[in-house]
Design a protein around this ligand. Sequence first.
Ligand SMILES: NC(=O)c1ccc[n+]([C@@H]2O[C@H](COP(=O)([O-])OP(=O)(O)OC[C@H]3O[C@@H](n4cnc5c(N)ncnc54)[C@H](OP(=O)(O)O)[C@@H]3O)[C@@H](O)[C@H]2O)c1
Length: 342
Amino acid sequence: MRRFNVAVVGATGAVGEEMLRVMEEVDFPVAKLVPLASKRSAGKEVTFKNKTYIVQELTEDIFEKEDIEIALFSAGGSISAHFAPFAAEAGAVVIDNTSHFRMDPDIPLVVPEVNPQDIAAWKNRGIIANPNCSTIQMVQALKPLDDAFGVQRVDVATYQATSGAGKSAMDEMVNQMKDFFNFKLDESPKEKFPHQIALNVIPQIDKFMDNGYTKEEMKMVNETKKIMHKNIEVSATCVRVPVLRGHSEAVTVWFEKEITPEAAREALYNGKNIIVMDEPEKSVYPMPINVVDKDETYVGRIRKDIYRDNVLHMWVVADNLRVGAATNAVRIALKWIEMENA
Ligand SMILES: NC(=O)c1ccc[n+]([C@@H]2O[C@H](COP(=O)([O-])OP(=O)(O)OC[C@H]3O[C@@H](n4cnc5c(N)ncnc54)[C@H](OP(=O)(O)O)[C@@H]3O)[C@@H](O)[C@H]2O)c1
């Protein structure tokens, strides 16, 4: 198999580090690895397949200089806005984890289990966007159900881990917990979230928009429609919880057809990268602690609505750094290799 020169932009971050791990696990066909970050981290070391690599500073000309063919970006929206076009111009395919390009009609927004065919549109601008973490795990669970029963509407409440806001946000939660036990919580920094996150839940992720929803909530609304190529009604409430890793979602789905939990389970068993974990009588259902470092999306608490035969409720959990970011990006890259370089 041909091997590729790969740049990881944001290689020192929560998602970037996970990308390196996932690429190592799937034996990604890397010819040369180029880890990139800001000037602050230039000179630091990262490890990939037992080899040490020096992090370089991200510059406009690095992609051309290093002859990069695949560039995985996860360094923030403004960084992608500025630097991704330089990578694409140098001939690389950019797989971008930030929200910057997601809703651009020329740029495909891909979850390989749902809309792999959209990867072909990478040629438009040389960029493929990776969806928001909460959207990825939800559409993975919706896809097999939509194929069998036709999804009309989704009402979702999320319980999102602090790692969704990056490494420093995880640290802030841990420090607040430590300070709580040292009776110093009042003095603990509270910068990464609008309120204290330790021992709390915050019904706000990102800024509020004019319609009363947050940007995170509207990402779930708009991205779901774009990925599923369907005008599904989505209503989301996104909540930050004091969990380090693993997003959970309480999802209510309205279907065109009648549905039973048994039929839903059957459809989900056949879904790609979905694991049904649903034995309530034994208190078996997915929780964030079950999904850390896993590459599948877990579904449990599958039950029929009390009032309507076409409505189902379920609980969907996945590792936000993997399924919601790194694994999805690496799967896109592998699919791109299969489609464009076979
Ligand atoms: N966390 C998630 O679950 C998740 C899921 C999907 C998408 N994303 C998106 O992925 C991106 C990164 O998230 P993260 O959680 O990995 O954040 P993070 O832990 O804060 O890491 C940020 C990374 O970006 C680099 N960076 C920052 N400023 C830079 C600059 N000026 N030039 C080059 N590199 C720079 C940092 O390098 P330094 O070490 O030099 O600071 C670091 O490697 C964000 O856009 C986020 O929205 C995150």
